[in-house]
Design a protein around this ligand. Structure first.
Ligand SMILES: Cc1cc2nc3c(=O)[nH]c(=O)nc-3n(C[C@H](O)[C@H](O)[C@H](O)COP(=O)(O)O)c2cc1C
Length: 328
């Protein structure tokens, strides 16, 4: 079984942790012939298992589960403390989001596909998932990362261009000048390898975009932002409204909210904290209450409004119609 066998149509509904991904979005994607991924990054094993059961109850179609590969605690605790102090928030701790427990659960009760981002999973994890029968997808942002992922046993690569919404899937959380690959250059470089199927992610909003990456040799387009405003998306109503609000002029990469580079609509918080240090998920954990309070107060200027560069083309239509429009 390869990734192509899980793709009735060449569209992947991207995992979107933090709210947007819901069981309903994954089920709607599967029913429309797209491969949806549950976003289990911030969940514990029990919640992940419950979502898997709910997807199975809603569709017999293939689906996947996505995890973040844990990094290391910040090596600059002083910079982290200064930043959190400037925000007036309590310190946030490092955690691995129970990665090991979720991997164990996925081995005990396998799903058709497991994808990873933020790094290359350990070889024994890849081998165990293979033995369980899952297709393993690894997110990469550069040809160098692709080399490592293939050597580690990836069955498919998700090539994520700089255009993509939310967190960059870079293996390390440091600035890497010259590694900011656009999707076209990245997909072309990776499909030239010919040894592993490539899923293209970043800024793909229309059937034209899908055809473009298929033309470059990708097997599918992985779209996130295109589904954010769907009724099945769990994105906060203020976030959905911001995506449709012409007052927002641009997206940019920021560490301000989470401590890891992520692309979102430029708002006041992002502009005020362009100097945020690298510390994930410490900063993400520390700003959670602040972001929740902003949402409760109806203040989108302090919420993370993750969006890819194509955000203006996102619509509020049901997910099945978005899949249809991407395949037209
Ligand atoms: C709100 C949001 C949350 C995301 N969360 C995840 C995630 O949990 N895991 C992951 O691998 N990718 C995540 N992504 C990135 C997507 O997998 C994909 O690379 C990206 O959406 C493609 O760019 P696009 O948004 O322009 O379509 C997220 C994207 C968005 C917009």
């Amino acid at each position: 079984m390869g990734i192509q066998d899980l793709l009735p149509r060449p569209v992947v509904v991207a995992p979107m942790a933090g709210g947007p991904t819901t069981v309903q979005l994954v089920v709607a994607g599967a029913r429309a012939g797209a491969l949806g991924f549950l976003a289990a990054a911030y969940q514990g094993p029990a919640a992940m298992r419950a979502d898997i059961a709910a997807v199975r109850a809603g569709t017999h179609g293939p689906f996947g589960v996505n995890l973040f590969v844990p990094g290391e605690p910040s090596d600059d605790q002083a910079a982290l403390a200064r930043y959190l102090d400037s925000l007036g928030v309590l310190p946030g701790s490092w955690d691995d989001h129970e990665f090991g427990g979720k991997v164990e659960a996925l081995i005990a009760d396998p799903v058709p596909a497991v994808s990873f981002t933020f790094g290359c999973p350990p070889r024994d994890v890849v081998a165990a998932l293979h033995a369980a029968g899952s297709v393993v997808v690894m997110t990469v942002t550069s040809p160098d990362e692709a080399q490592v992922a293939v050597a580690a046993g990836a069955d498919a690569l998700c090539a994520q261009g700089i255009e993509a919404g939310a967190h960059r899937g870079t293996f390390v959380n440091v600035d890497q000048p010259g590694q900011d690959y656009g999707l076209l250059a990245l997909v072309d470089a990776l499909t030239s390898r010919r040894d592993v199927p490539v899923i293209a992610a970043g800024g793909i909003m229309t059937a034209r975009g899908v055809r473009a990456v298929l033309g470059l040799g990708a097997v599918a387009a992985q779209c996130g932002t295109a589904f954010l405003r769907c009724p099945e998306s769990g994105a906060h109503p203020l976030y959905k409204a911001a995506l449709a609000d012409p007052a927002y002029q641009a997206t940019a990469l920021t560490r301000a909210f989470s401590g890891r580079p992520a692309r979102g609509l430029v708002n006041e918080f992002m502009l005020a904290h362009a100097d945020a240090p690298a510390a994930f998920p410490e900063i993400n954990n520390a700003t959670r209450a602040l972001r929740a309070a902003a949402a409760a107060a109806g203040d989108a200027s302090r919420m993370s409004l993750w969006a890819g560069q194509g955000w203006r083309q996102a619509t509020g239509r049901p997910a099945a119609e978005v899949v249809e429009s991407l395949c037209r």
